[in-house]
Design a protein around this ligand. Structure first.
Ligand code: PMP
Length: 419
């Protein structure tokens, strides 16, 4: 059989499988990295952990009242060893770390930073974006007027030589980074890479690492990497104010009602506090107290995360097993094997991602739009697809993966035949 007729035969087979899948009329969604309700139920006791008679912290703060801009000390102390940030350099805030990122960036644009008081917004400002990355990082920075500059990632983290080359430009003010189980690749930065980023020369004195450790505690496996002490690493490299550390309990307790955290060098904490004081009298301390009582201690958080893993690891495995069974050993796709976090990245043949997403939608499987993992929504190779397996049931995730595979095969053979 000639290569063309072989491909033709594969295309026909893929087309039949696809049509059969589509005919089932399923409605599946693996778009956003949301926890399943079973995961939210794990933290049900949060909702009754504080009552009107009982709303004071161990140190005697009445959480119902105004004040305490930095968040309640006991919760900061609880999360301090987990996030590797000293408690006096760690703030606890409202429910969204994304809002803290927006606030920190906005303060820098309007007032400059702790290192350099010249407002970033006075001139052109650019930010480095390792790709594939988190779409909301990109849209937030774009909405604040940053030019987005892509750099590649490999299995050790972002490619530092590329970042360094871009940072020679004084208008490049910082770099996004999801250090652990990155959204969407699942890659965890190595300590060596982190040290390189900490030491990297940059033309802008206040070049900032936006260290978004959203998934630092979200291990899927018993053996896992440890959170890096990026504050110490940067201080040792002579850039104590370089990292701005963000985290939250959004995917630990309740995604819409968790607690966010901000950590940084001492000067940056004073700067952030002073700016925040103009726009807030204090965070939701009642919710912080709920979290304190719910977890009790750092081991309580770790134990809770093991319960999450027991729910979601089988969903990741269902996707990975299906990909391996159907696409393993072919040249049609490769994918990441995350040990934590919320996502798997599927890399398909160049030029096929948008077609796959469209085919999947028509067959009842909703996928994150192609390009969403790249600045400006533009994936130049059009081959990256983000899979979020946590929200549907294990059964639905498996079905969605089967549907996805059918689309990958169909789009791939169409492409290969088209030459
Ligand atoms: N950072 C990353 C990398 C994320 O994936 C998410 C959630 N999808 C967030 C931040 C949002 O966090 P929060 O709920 O604390 O705003």
């Amino acid at each position: 059989m000639s290569r063309t007729s072989e491909l033709q035969a594969e295309l026909e087979k893929a087309s039949t499988t696809y049509e059969e899948f589509a005919a089932r009329g399923l409605k599946l969604d693996i778009t956003r990295g949301k926890p399943a309700s079973e995961q939210l139920d794990l933290a049900a006791d949060l909702l009754t952990a504080v009552t009107g008679d009982d709303a004071s912290t161990p140190s005697g703060v009445d959480t119902r009242n105004y004040g305490g801009l930095d968040g309640i000390i006991e919760l900061r102390e609880l999360f301090s060893p987990l996030l590797k940030v000293p408690s006096d350099q760690l703030m606890a805030g409202g429910n969204a770390s994304l809002t803290l990122m927006a606030q920190a960036l906005t303060f820098a644009l309007l007032h400059g930073t702790a290192v350099d008081s010249r407002p970033w917004g006075q001139g052109p400002h650019k930010i480095i974006c390792p790709v594939p990355g988190y779409d909301r990082h990109f849209t937030l920075a774009e909405s604040l007027g940053f030019e987005l500059l892509s750099i590649p990632m490999d299995s050790d983290g972002p490619v530092v030589a590329e970042a360094q080359r871009l940072a020679e430009d004084e208008t490049v003010k910082g770099m996004w980074l999801v250090p652990m189980y990155s959204n969407p690749t699942g890659v965890t930065i190595t300590e060596e890479r982190a040290r390189e980023l900490a030491a990297m020369p940059a033309a802008s004195a206040d070049f900032t690492l936006l260290w978004d450790n959203a998934y630092g505690l979200h291990h899927l496996r018993e053996h896992h990497p440890e959170v890096l002490d990026i504050l110490r690493i940067c201080a040792e490299a002579g850039h104590p104010e370089r990292p701005w550390i963000f985290a939250s309990t959004s995917k630990i307790t309740h995604a819409g009602a968790g607690v966010s955290f901000f950590g940084a060098g001492p000067e940056t904490m004073s700067w952030f506090h002073a700016n925040l004081a103009k726009i807030s009298i204090g965070p939701d301390k009642v919710n912080q107290l709920r979290h304190l009582r719910f977890f009790k201690d750092p081991a309580g958080v770790e134990e809770h995360m093991r319960r999450h893993a027991a729910i979601i690891a089988p969903k990741f495995d269902a996707v990975l097993d299906t990909l391996e069974r159907e696409l393993g050993g072919t040249d049609l796709a490769r994918w990441t094997h995350p040990d934590g976090g919320y996502f798997i990245t599927l890399t398909t043949l160049e030029g096929t991602a948008d077609r796959i997403v469209k085919l999947a939608a028509e067959a009842g499987v909703k996928l994150t739009p192609a390009g969403a993992t790249h600045p400006y929504g533009l994936d130049p190779a059009n081959n990256v697809i983000r899979i979020a397996p946590t929200m549907p049931t294990a059964e639905d995730v498996e079905l969605a993966a089967q549907g996805l595979v059918a689309c990958v095969k169909l789009a791939s053979y169409e492409k290969l035949l088209a030459g």
